[in-house]
Design a protein around this ligand. Sequence first.
Ligand code: ADE
Length: 259
Amino acid sequence: MRIDIVTIFPEFFDVLDISLLGKARQSGLIDLGVHNLRDHTHDRHRTVDDTPYGGGAGMVMKPEPWGEAFDAILDPATDDVATDDVATDDPATDDAATDDVAVDLPVVIFPSPAGEVFNQAMAKELALEKHLVFGCGRYEGIDQRVIDDTATKARVRMVSLGDYVLNGGEVAVMAMIEAIGRLIPGVVGNPASLVEESHENGLLEYPSYTKPASWRGREVPPVLLSGNHGAIAAWRHDQQVERTRRVRPDLLPAANSEE
Ligand code: ADE
């Protein structure tokens, strides 16, 4: 999968060099480009924001640098602007960027508290894409015309991490890339470990234990030491239902939560 990120803080994404996603990049499963929005400004101060039309507090991100940055990523053949592209492959040869069938258009994600809420189902859906582009807004957001213009060349989604406000999109993009990246086949060594985790069957995951069987007077639930696989599966399922009902009753169908 090709992933491009446009941000005024490219260093923020240096951590994508490490851990599972770092390995996925080394092995070519993920091909990452991080682009500094300020490389698409043309004034001495490398200005990316301005005051809002209609008044109000805060600053809005100007459309021109964004337009130029997305043109370079979505239509690299016309790119005459330098970018901080740290990709391992040449994006000009990436067929995801040049396909013209709607379903093969890149997906451009604008993290925003005003977007649809990110969840595991969305992560799974996005893990099947060939090309994801993230536009990290700051301040009071990006001029709406950038979103409208990008929607003519890509499938645009505004996505929120949750019902709270961050200072900018970078943290949200890190979270989304981690959630999506680990679902790309080959990224997680043992795919079985993806099956029994929270949100996989609409329930939170069951509690886990390892050795020693007794620690600080706390015992591992005896059923887990019984070797009875049926009983273990039933216990784990009960724990999932109980935990979900207690912590996230909104995830349970109404009938179940009233039981
Ligand atoms: N940018 C600011 N707040 C955000 C949120 N909750 N989700 C995604 N992007 C954001």
